[in-house]
Every structure is written in C-alpha cells, then in structure tokens.
Design a protein around this ligand. Structure first.
Ligand code: PTJ
Length: 249
C-alpha cells in the first residue's frame, strides 16, 4: 500500500508497512505484528509522548548501563525492525555487547536478525552461538551466549516476554526494560522500566549515557534515588489523565 505523506498517521503507517515487509523477510516473527499493535494501543494512551517518569527511567537505565561491568543489550525481531541503528549506536556509546535473543527461536531466524544488524553496521553481534542456559525457562528460549547474557551484570531488554525478564532477575542481573505496557510482567519484575516507545526511549537513553559518562557520583545518586514502582504508578497515572482529557472538548 502507498501511504500519502499528508496522512495524519503517516509515520505509524510507514512503520507498519516496514514491519510487515520484515515479516516476509523472516526478521520479525508473525506474532511480532500483534505485539507491535499492542504497543501502538498503549502508546495512544500515553499521548504518543515520552512522559516525565519515562524520562526518569531512561536516565536511570543510562546510569545502570554505565555502572555495569558487563552490560548487554538484547535484540529480538521487533527491536531490530524498529530501531536497529539506534540500539547499535547506544551499544557503542556505553559500550555494551549486543546479543540477538529470540522468543520464536530458529537457527534461520537468529541468522536473519544477526545479519540484519550487521547490514546496518553491527559488529561482533552475539547470538549465533548460544551455549549457556538461563535457569527457569523451558525450551530453547533459555539459550544464551556465555560471553553475553549469561555473564552480564546488567541487561537492557527492549520488548521482552515476562518469563525471560523474570528469569534474568532471578539470575541476579539488573534488568532494564523498555515496554509500553506498564502492567506487563516484564514491566513489573524489572529493576527499571521505561514505559515508552522504543524509538523514543533508545535515543533518550543514549543522550543520558553521554551526559552521565563523566559523572560517576551523579549516576550513583540517580540509581540510589530511583524507584520503579513509582515509575509504573506514574505511567498508569499518565494514561488515566490522557483518557480523562479525551472526554473533554
Ligand atoms: O522476535 P521474537 O521471536 O523474539 O519475538 C518478539 C516478540 C515481541 C513477538 C515477543 O518477544 C513477544 O511476544 O513479546 P510480548 O510478550 O508480546 O511483549 C511485547 C511487549 O512490548 C508488549 O508489552 C508491548 O506492549 C510492548 N511493545 C510493543 N511495541 C513496542 C513495545 N514497547 C515499546 N516500544 C514498542 N514499539
């Protein structure tokens, strides 16, 4: 479908078309489109803007990434399709390793997502070999790379499923989530949840990484004062006020 640039939802329609194309190429899983639609609905409820509490979470995520000894950013099909360059740029800024970690895992799809990241400049992307196992997860969704997620102390998980987020927390890692749904298990179990759209959250986190890079005391202060339950309450409150505002003329 050709979308006119005058269309009020031009950007989201272009993104949808691109995601559908990536399903045909095998990068995005077919159910990735359902997850994407759910994300769009939650973003509506946020007024399609980054809220002040999401910005606080993004600053805390940047602080944790910089304080980490072995930070890893995980990438699935949706994250690659929506924000490959942004995630790679963030990984270079920290610096952090990047590991492809799929919910609907087949060796062919892992290869497609790794190659997709490489085609936009990704180097040393982990995921082709995943010899370690994350405790508490059934099936090959538990697989991860020994030099990546398995040995990471801080993991940034854009759009992750609840089981794996919970297993990462149980494994003693600091888990930083980006998830538009403040009620999802991922959002609730993570140490930091940016309730924000991926393509807005990632450049914000990178900006905070640059700001906090030479400010170790400030980033420890940010971590100490951060409260994820407060962030989630604020996100729900933002949605409530957007909905209430919609009723008024
Ligand atoms: O590529 P794979 O095989 O690893 O599969 C990826 C998906 C996303 C299909 C898989 O991880 C999955 O099923 O995830 P869930 O459990 O549907 O969770 C996705 C979460 O991301 C939901 O809470 C959505 O609201 C949220 N979400 C969707 N799009 C965005 C988003 N959050 C931030 N930005 C988005 N653009």
């Amino acid at each position: 479908m050709k979308v006119s640039e005058d269309h009020p939802r031009y950007r989201s329609l272009v993104v949808r078309e691109r995601m559908s194309e990536l399903v045909r190429e095998g990068v995005v899983a077919p159910t990735g489109l359902i997850a994407h639609g759910r994300g769009e609905a939650f973003d509506y409820l946020l007024g399609e803007r980054t809220s002040p509490s999401a910005l606080e979470a993004e600053r805390a995520a940047a602080a944790y990434l910089l304080e980490a000894k072995r930070p890893v950013i995980t990438v699935n099909g949706n994250a690659a399709g929506l924000c490959a360059e942004g995630l790679l740029s963030l990984a270079r800024a920290v610096p952090a390793k990047v590991e492809v970690n799929l919910f609907h895992r087949t060796p062919e799809r892992v290869e497609k997502v790794v190659s997709f990241l490489e085609s936009v400049g990704g180097k040393d992307i982990l995921g082709r070999q995943q010899e370690s196992v994350l405790e508490g997860i059934a099936s090959d969704r538990a697989l991860c790379a020994a030099e990546g997620i398995a040995s990471a102390d801080v993991v940034l998980i854009p759009l992750e499923d609840g089981d794996r987020a919970g297993a990462l927390v149980k494994a003693g890692k600091i888990v930083l989530a980006i998830d538009l749904n403040p009620l999802s298990r991922t959002s609730v179990v993570s140490n930091v949840t940016a309730v924000d759209e991926l393509t807005r959250a990632v450049p914000n986190i990178e900006r905070f990484v640059r700001e906090l890079k030479d400010a170790p005391e400030e980033r420890r202060r940010v971590i100490e004062s951060y409260d994820n339950q407060h962030t989630l309450r604020e996100a729900r409150e933002t949605m409530r006020s957007v909905l209430q505002g919609m009723g008024k003329t």
